[in-house]
Design a protein around this ligand. Structure first.
Ligand code: SAM
Length: 213
């Protein structure tokens, strides 16, 4: 957990207890300021993936593999696999270790590099794509991802409400103006994207869920 909002704390209390490994990953993320998803978001990702029966899963932004654990657990349930991408070598090395310790190594393929370079080289279709990398690049990721979305596929994008500052009327430091404007424009674009239905959920750091129809 990176942003200790009251809502997140309460949602966390409603979750089943998490095992040592996840708690260890959370502490490390907090200590090293790695912005991993909140436990409630991780739990939701797994639930959504399982409900959709998604089998081919793509993640952009592995970091140390915290969200990957939830995705891979979902994949174990559906009989699927996860392909996860990150450009940070050190974090990815940790993710490989954690995923092995979680007993999920056979379900996850790691690819190190810039997603903007790697995505056009990927073939095949994905039932579930989770984007949690550089907020300023979301429009570019989306363009690279759209050809990879399977029929009825689900896209989940994290951090779209950026600490709630994307909501009109929010008060924040002017240095974030550009990012807030970029995210607002991105959400508007996503809301009007032909062939997709969008919902934005106001927990975690804001999750956009788009389904190909
Ligand atoms: C917010 S962290 C991911 C957290 C992770 N999803 C979790 O919840 O456990 C964002 C990650 O995206 C990676 N990243 C940022 N831009 C990227 C890019 N263009 N290509 C690949 N990885 C990128 C960073 O290295 C960082 O580790």
């Amino acid at each position: 957990m990176f942003y200790p909002f009251e809502l997140e704390k309460y949602l966390e209390e409603l979750l089943p207890p998490r095992e040592e490994l996840l708690l260890e990953m959370e502490s490390e993320a907090l200590r090293e300021t790695i912005p991993v998803v909140t436990p409630a978001v991780g739990h939701f990702l797994q639930l959504l993936l399982e409900t959709a029966g998604a089998r081919s899963i793509l993640e952009i932004g592995t970091a140390t593999g915290y969200s990957t654990v939830y995705l891979a657990r979902g994949a174990r349930h559906t009989g699927g696999k996860v392909l996860t991408i990150d450009m940070n070598k050190g974090r990815m090395a940790k993710a490989v270790e954690y995923i092995a310790r979680a007993g999920l190594a056979d379900l996850v393929e790691f690819r190190e590099g810039n997603a903007l370079k790697l995505l056009p080289e990927i073939s095949g279709k994905f039932d579930f794509i989770f984007v949690d990398a550089a907020k300023g690049e979301y429009r570019q990721y989306l363009e690279a991802i759209l050809p990879l979305v399977a029929d009825k596929g689900i896209l989940v994008l994290d951090n779209v409400l950026f600490r709630g500052w994307v909501v009109p009327g929010a008060v924040y430091d002017a240095k974030y103006n550009k990012m807030v404007e970029t995210l607002r424009a991105f959400l508007q674009y996503l809301a009007e994207l032909p062939g997709y239905k969008l919902s934005v959920l106001p927990f975690g750091d804001g999750l956009a869920i788009a389904r190909k129809i």
